[in-house]
Design a binder for this molecule. Structure first.
Ligand code: NOJ
Ligand code: CA
Length: 670
């Protein structure tokens, strides 16, 4: 584990005289430099160099206001403050519990003819940069943002990995394309320039603003495009002040450097929750879930209802017997008949065949936690009416973890990613915290690191997860080696890996199976090998990590030992090797165990991994879950082998992965 000795925080304050000459700030190691400038009309711009070479060409800054409020032009610099910080901080859970926040800051204080005051605050780290706008408009009762002008003029073309911009969903397939060919993209938008710099544009601390997407303008240039309110306004504020989320660019010499960066967390506010936080705990879980997606069970109460008391107990038994902390039940509450219609779910009324008292009693007896579920269908008005009561209701039962969902359109013309719904998501996290409850949000707003401020905001979906394999053409083999370099740069994802019945042999021809999703062509399957499913438990980080298959597919399966041994509460992680869309290898340490996950796209691949991350002088038993000799995601996905070896930190592991395959290793100290 990397620790930083002591706590070092030093602030230097240098006040510069009024000037519109360009001012610059560099990363602590000096290799990234950011320059701020004003033109003669008082328009702002910033530019970035990496190792002395142009990386972001002078790019516009500011916003378009309304009602004569000028947020972009006629600025002059009043003064510029420089500061530095180097501090160690810890979080209750995360890929890494011990982190370092090390940056140089430049805060440019500006004012324009209309007396609009602005602090343009830039922070430059060794692994990238962030900047935000802090506006103050005197005598304004309210402010309306009509557009963001922030540009990202990338100096060189290169290869990019992103999903299209959409203000409704992130459940889209990734595209690999030249930077100059991107029409629009959601963030994190990751790219590698022709001169070999890896970078990703995103945002941090999105709690009261619409999400930012990127719209192509010309060449390799983009402008921020914000999700609108129904009346076209992008953001609105009471009073005359607002501070934006950080606009961020992670920068690294290697692709894995983006994953090993804590820049997004460092740009979030420290923990806002007070007191003992031991109620916030990473957990492994199983649930009544996959049966519905496969079409053999239903959410609504009928003769194929999944969430019955008996089935709940069966899952609790399974969790208790397999070292799994929690179970999640979907379809337990009234209202699923209205899913896709009025979306009138009731969050305190269990279905008649789900005896909540008995399920809770039984779970307590077995020492298993319950993860609750609130599907809203997008009807957030209905949800907000019940919000406090529903979290209290669960908490009174001892349920302190809830999965939420927004599968459906929002009311009154709102979209999923606008400021209105960003505020809703934050309200849910804050209400949950009041009842010591953690959140796993599906159809969420994108992750921008707010888990630092609200560590009960544990995990979320926000990309195509496992469910897509149940009823569509599924997620292609490159999807899982794109997610770590894109979506997961924002934070953890509840992908819910772990399908062992890859071809759905148990359910495909079951008389209970009924098509329920229009995308279902009857040929869905999981597009990986079995070993890759196991490796994804390590690679696709989530503090709530689900073994998502039907539990009967795990019963008696030798490879399920990996999940039994696995610990979702890791202390330290490192992405060791990888290229976006091609392959990845990640190691995590939890207490004295290490877990390694390596995965590949549709190409077979061998990796050589030095085990130097293991504690020196100790011997470990490595339990290797590998693709079988004849494994191939298309033709022979379930061929696997388990090999045991004694290893030390001086050894090297040869990781052989089949097409669409992977490998997972548990290192147990002897
Ligand atoms: C979509 C979620 O991603 C999935 O996990 C859930 O089962 C359904 N909505 C129903 O809530
Ligand atoms: Ca979803």
């Amino acid at each position: 584990m990397r620790t930083y000795i002591g706590y070092l925080s030093c602030f230097l304050l240098l006040l510069c005289g009024c000037s519109s000459r360009p001012t610059s700030v560099s990363s602590p190691d000096g290799h990234i430099a950011l320059t701020f400038a004003l033109d003669e009309a008082g328009n702002m711009s910033y530019a970035v160099t990496v190792n002395g070479a142009d990386f972001i060409l002078p790019s516009p800054m500011g916003f378009e206001g309304r009602d004569g409020v000028n947020l972009a032009e006629g600025f002059r610099v009043e003064n510029t403050e420089f500061a530095s910080k180097d501090e160690a901080w810890t979080q209750p859970w995360g890929e890494n519990k011990n982190l370092r926040n090390h940056y140089n800051e430049m805060a440019v204080h500006l004012k324009n003819a209309a007396e609009t005051r602005l602090v343009a605050r830039f922070r430059v780290f060794d692994d990238g940069l962030g900047f935000r706008y802090e506006y103050e408009v005197p005598d304004a009762d309210s402010l309306f943002i009509m557009n963001e002008l922030t540009g990202f003029r990338i100096a060189n073309d290169g290869t990019s990995w992103s999903i299209p911009a959409s203000f409704e969903t992130y459940e889209l397939l990734y595209r690999t394309q030249p930077i100059s060919r991107i029409d629009n993209a959601n963030t994190p938008m990751t790219f590698k320039t022709e001169d070999g710099v890896y970078a990703s544009i995103h945002e941090a601390a999105l709690t009261d603003f619409p999400e930012m997407t990127l719209k192509h303008t010309e060449g390799c240039s983009f402008v921020a495009e914000l999700a609108p309110w129904p009346d076209g306004v992008k953001a609105r504020f009471e009073g005359g002040k607002f501070t934006t989320p950080w606009r961020t660019i992670q920068i690294a010499p290697q692709a894995v450097g983006l994953i090993n960066s804590a820049l997004i967390l460092n740009l979030n506010e420290p923990c806002a929750l007070e007191g003992d936080l031991s109620w916030i705990r990473p957990m492994k879980y199983v649930g009544i879930w996959w049966g519905m997606h496969l079409g053999v069970e239903t959410w609504a109460m009928d003769d194929r209802h999944g969430a019955t008391t008996a089935n709940a107990k069966r899952h609790i038994d399974f969790a208790a017997a397999n070292n799994i902390e929690a179970v999640m039940f979907e379809g337990w509450n009234e209202g699923w008949e209205s899913w896709g219609g009025m979306q009138t779910f009731d969050y305190t009324k269990p279905y008649a065949d789900f005896d909540m008292d008995e399920v809770v009693r039984y779970a307590n007896e077995k020492g298993v936690q319950i993860i609750g579920h609130h599907e809203t269908g997008g009807n957030i008005l209905n949800y907000e009416r019940q919000l406090d009561a529903s979290y209290k209701w669960y908490a009174d039962y001892g349920v302190h973890s809830v999965k939420t969902g927004y599968a459906g359109g929002l009311p009154n013309g709102h979209n999923h990613h606008g400021q209105y719904n960003v505020r809703h998501y934050r309200r849910v996290v804050q209400t949950a915290a009041k009842y010591q409850t953690t959140i796993d949000a599906h159809e969420p707003i994108k992750d921008t690191g707010i888990r630092r401020t609200y560590p009960n905001m544990m995990t979320r979906e926000g990309a195509r997860g496992m469910e897509w394999n149940g009823w569509s053409e599924g997620n292609p083999p490159e999807h899982h080696v794109l997610l770590p370099f894109t979506r997961l740069l924002g934070g953890p994802m509840d992908y819910t890996p772990g399908t062992f019945d890859i071809l759905y042999d148990r359910t495909r021809n079951s008389p209970r199976r009924k098509k329920w999703n229009d995308l279902d062509q009857g040929n869905s399957r999981v597009n990986t090998t079995l070993a890759k499913q196991i490796a994804n438990w390590v690679v696709l980080y989530s503090p709530l990590q689900m073994a998502s298959d039907l539990i009967e597919n795990y019963e008696g399966h030798p490879a399920f030992q990996f999940f039994r041994d696995f610990d979702a509460d890791c202390d330290w992680s490192e992405a060791l090797q990888g290229e976006p869309g091609e392959f990845i290898a990640v190691v995590r340490r939890a207490k004295d165990k290490y877990f390694l996950g390596a995965t590949t796209n549709a190409e077979a691949r061998n990796l050589t991994i030095p085990l130097s991350f293991l504690e020196e002088g100790k011997t470990y038993q490595a339990v290797i879950y590998a693709d079988g000799e004849d494994a191939d995601w298309e033709t022979n996905p379930t061929s696997y082998e388990i090999v045991k070896r004694e290893v030390t930190s001086a050894d090297t592991l040869d990781v052989k992965m089949a097409k669409g395959g992977g490998q997972a290793v548990t290192f147990l100290p002897l």
